[in-house]
Ligand binder design. Structure first.
Ligand SMILES: C[S@@+](CC[C@H](N)C(=O)[O-])C[C@H]1O[C@@H](n2cnc3c(N)ncnc32)[C@H](O)[C@@H]1O
Length: 354
């Protein structure tokens, strides 16, 4: 199917896209078109990447911050200091990318939804990429979540106007991930418990529990700041079916009855020893399904302390999991698989030992 940009109204995103489209002559149609129609057009578009990508500039965060966030989300908050102490020396805290220094520099705790280590946004992707990704999401969204779920500019999220609908990478990724998962698991039909490992500020927890009324959602993370922020954020969003579990409690009081573990863009930022530790926990908890999202460019590779990458598919298999499906974020839209907003492959595994 070929999606055309609707007539431009006044919103900044559409104006920017209109300018870009004028330069690129129907690029959006090319991005979303079926392969048979696309091939000739793509080969003629030598500069397509430059229209979808930015030069790495990070915007100064802006947006709405609730008054209590200024006093609560601080470095010397007692809860955060306690979590830091409790996580010290834990086997999952053998960090490569998420060292305390990089967290300190990379994340402004009040603007945790800004373009940062949790979610890259406009530093890498142009308005055209956001627009094309929104159009793609609208096409494949079988549950109508893009209309149901609401976006705002709280905590620095970069928000774009898509024909009157506020969208962001937070919203678009969550809608796409929910739709992919719902192909395999009856998310809206029966109570399902999800454990999100490396759940960040609680993006997917918030979105999925707003989308599916029967889900129970548990967040766990090996970075104290992530646990601290997600505790605050999920309470702020009144996401009552979400529980943040501090890392040390996962082993003290193992969770029972988890149906699905998810790990989105987290294992590729961990050392293989930390991944192995998490997989042992999933085996102990007898979690039947595992869903792993990785940047297309990284695949199932860990990041070791010296920067080397190591394949971790073998470790997943050793823990008894077998691949059931691999789904690309931009399935059926090859140009977006290269140029869309953070191209990702999702691997769904099924535990074979239970
Ligand atoms: C790129 S962020 C993705 C966050 C979230 N999954 C999302 O998609 O919005 C990577 C996440 O991995 C977490 N993380 C880093 N090292 C970890 C480890 N060793 N074990 C578990 N989580 C880790 C970080 O705290 C962060 O929440």
């Amino acid at each position: 199917m070929c999606v055309q940009a609707a007539p431009s109204r006044t919103a900044p995103l559409r104006q920017s896209v209109k300018r870009t489209l004028a330069a690129g002559q129907g690029l959006l149609s090319v991005a979303l078109a079926k392969a048979a129609n696309r091939h000739g057009a793509i080969t003629a578009l030598a500069r397509i990447s430059s229209l979808f990508r930015h030069d790495g500039r990070i915007k100064r965060p802006s947006g709405t911050i609730p008054a209590d966030a200024f006093s609560y989300l601080t470095n010397n908050n007692e809860r955060l200091r306690d979590l830091r102490l409790r996580y010290q020396g834990h086997p999952a805290c053998n960090h490569s990318q998420w060292s305390p220094a990089s967290v300190m520099h990379g994340i402004d705790m009040r603007y945790f939804r800004a373009d940062n280590m949790y979610l890259y946004q406009s530093r890498r992707y142009s308005p055209l990429s956001f627009y094309a990704t929104s159009a793609f999401t609208k096409q494949v969204d079988r549950h109508g979540l893009i209309d149901l779920l609401v976006e705002d500019d709280y905590f620095g999220a970069e928000v774009f106007d898509f024909h009157g609908k506020a969208v962001s990478r937070d919203l678009l990724d969550s809608v796409l991930e929910s739709n992919i998962l719902s192909r395999f698991l009856p998310l809206d039909a029966r109570p399902i418990s999800i454990l999100d490992i490396g759940s960040g500020y609680g993006r997917l927890a918030h979105r999925m529990t707003m989308a599916f009324a029967k889900l129970q959602y548990y967040c766990v993370d090996a970075i104290p700041e992530s646990t601290f922020i997600s505790e605050y954020y999920l309470k702020f969003r009144r996401a009552d079916r979400c529980t943040c579990v501090p890392l040390d409690e996962i082993t003290k009081t193992p969770l029972r009855g988890i149906d699905l573990a998810v790990n989105i863009h987290s294992f590729p930022e961990c050392q293989s020893s930390a991944i192995a530790w998490w997989l042992d926990q999933l085996k102990l908890m007898a979690v039947p399904w595992l869903f792993v999202g990785v940047a297309k460019s990284l695949g199932l590779t860990s990041r070791e302390r010296d920067g080397r990458r190591q394949d971790f598919l073998g470790r997943i298999e050793q823990a008894g999991y077998r691949i059931k499906a691999i789904v690309s974020k931009f399935e059926g839209a090859p140009v977006l698989q290269k140029e869309g907003l953070y191209p990702t492959d999702y691997y769904l595994f099924r535990q074979s030992l239970v």
